[in-house]
Design a protein around this ligand. Sequence first.
Ligand SMILES: [Zn+2]
Length: 290
Amino acid sequence: MDSNTGTANCRYNDNGEENTAHTATDTTADGTIDMVTGGGDRYQQLRQMVRASRSVVFFGGAGVSTESGIPDFRSSDGLYSLIYPHPPEVMLGHSFYQTHRDEFFAFYRDKVLDGILAAQPNAAHRVLAALEAAGHVCAVVTQNIDGLHQTAGSRVVYELHGSVKRNYCEACEAFYSGAELLALPQGPGWPRCARPSCGGAIKPDVVLYEEALDTGVMQAAATAIAAADVLIVGGTSLVVNPAASLIQLFKGKDLVIINKSPTVCDYRASLRFDEPIGRVLAATFADVLD
Ligand SMILES: [Zn+2]
């Protein structure tokens, strides 16, 4: 949950000038006007791009999870401010975890963990898993912490911010799933390791605000993106790091952006969709879901 705002270099062209002249949906990567206007034709183009590639990488943000009913807590500060004493960026921060453990876990359980554990993969997760099995998608890079890509069947998933479905005792390193965490006796001091004579504090394997990203995961994600010939970006505006910096590493043929609102990299995109990502992928690859 890195809250740094990136400089979003993609906003600028090779001469360092800001790319404000092109709109989201009418330009291609080389700046020419895209004459294809029909959604059906763009679905066909996307299908052909992916089918012709064996190194598609998908980069996903919060928008992928919201289609599974998981709220993007970062967009709900106003609501939370009525109930909680601090914004999510504080309550899910490393400092707060260290100093207000009970309040941290109460917020984490009620506003993060409960919702995620009740959620199921959506069409986007299922299509990406099927495309991996078919040998087209070689990696999913995600900013989400819900583990839904793996639930859908994806095997190569780089979770930049970790996962609520992995939790470790800080004393003995015992593993707890998200459901196992919730099942531990709750109350002050929750969650505590259930191993005999341990009782250590359990920490979610989630990158909290103020914490550094895992360098191994970042490197693996960077390598996959740099080697891809098609990069599909979904559900993120690409403003927040590490998204902004990772996308710069893509040197392949086709960048595809699926996001309801404009992104700073739209000018580079071969294809741009502003429909829900599940709908786009399901409509494009209906056959792989059969
Ligand atoms: Zn323990």
